[in-house]
Design a binder for this molecule. Structure first.
Ligand code: BDR
Ligand code: CA
Length: 306
């Protein structure tokens, strides 16, 4: 049997984070699960993470982290999160758990768990815990692989140019992009182009308890996507941060330099992607997925859940 890649999963579940966790549990060795504010308060995202981890029989530590960004929370981010994922982050789905988190210092846990481990860090929420971990131990970035969902080389989803995870904490994102870690990025350019339609949600509804609960969350989330973005499917953004670790051939990647705009009044949280000729472009610091086989990725997720 081939050895599974070890990952530490940091996220803000969140409907699509929950799907990403389920796909990761099927194919990867999850050595730790840390939570951050984002799609809801960290109290909600931690409870959601514990509940999903319970259904997936994950025994790794679950540790909560930041409840606010490095600077002040922004009203647009809070409104976006509530609208898309509901007050509890899971669209009111009935996810139950009695388990309590194993700690509340995610950055320290990330440093202790990753140091010398060779595990990949997966990030599916605002990058606050990740940046704080890299600040705690500046040597951590050397040789560290991070696969994250965030940013866009074109348009945003919270503002015209900013994607939610980056916009939620631009200072943290800027730190991570400048850290020297090996970054693989799933931006909106791929993650917003496909997702779960009614047929897939109905298949989940007929599945096991977790699939059924996630189908309810996905139905809520898909409704909000229709209202807000006019799309008839539930994008599974965060799942695209797992795919490079298990089926990289489903995504076409480009390397480039990415800087995070922290100052602009119109552009705060924008990922400035330098796709100019290599002759003039800044040296690349990230590998971004720019095209994806959405049908195959949806099917990969369905197989993991059913
Ligand atoms: C990202 O923001 C959140 O709403 C999702 O969970 C995903 O991580 C998409 O912009
Ligand atoms: Ca997320």
């Amino acid at each position: 049997m081939t050895e599974r890649t070890a990952i530490l999963f940091d996220g803000d579940p969140g409907v699509d984070d929950a799907f990403a966790l389920a796909l990761a549990a099927r194919h990867l060795d999850i050595v730790g699960l840390t939570t951050v504010f984002g799609n809801a308060s960290v109290a909600h995202t931690t409870r959601n993470a514990l509940a999903v981890a319970g259904h997936l029989n994950l025994t790794c530590p679950v540790v909560s982290g930041a409840d606010t960004p490095i600077e002040a929370p922004n009203a647009q981010m809070l409104e976006h999160a509530r609208t898309i994922h509901g007050e509890d982050g899971m669209g009111g789905a009935d996810l139950q758990t009695d388990r309590l988190p194993d700690g509340d210092d995610a950055p320290a846990f990330i440093v202790d768990t990753l140091r010398g481990s060779g595990a990949t860090l997966v990030a599916t929420g605002p990058l606050t815990n990740v940046a704080r971990a890299l600040q705690l131990d500046p040597t951590l970035a050397d040789g560290l692989d991070i696969s994250l969902m965030g940013g866009s080389a074109t348009n945003g989803n919270v503002t015209a140019v900013a994607e939610f995870n980056i916009h939620a904490d631009p200072e943290a994102a800027a730190y991570v992009f400048a850290s020297g870690a090996n970054l693989t990025v799933a931006p909106l350019d791929i993650t917003s182009t496909f997702g779960l339609g009614e047929a897939e949600i109905a298949r989940l509804e007929a599945g096991n308890t977790l699939a059924r609960e996630l189908s309810a969350a996905a139905r809520f989330y898909r409704g909000r996507q229709l209202e807000r973005f006019g799309r008839g499917y539930a994008p599974i953004h965060d799942v695209c941060a797992i795919v490079p670790l298990i089926r990289p051939a489903l995504i076409t990647f480009e390397t480039m330099h990415v800087a995070v705009e922290c100052a602009g009044t119109q552009t705060r949280g924008m990922t400035v992607c330098d796709r100019r000729s290599p002759v003039v472009a800044e040296p690349s610091n990230a590998t971004l997925g720019m095209q994806a086989d959405g049908t195959a990725i949806v099917e990969l997720l369905m197989e993991a859940l059913l």
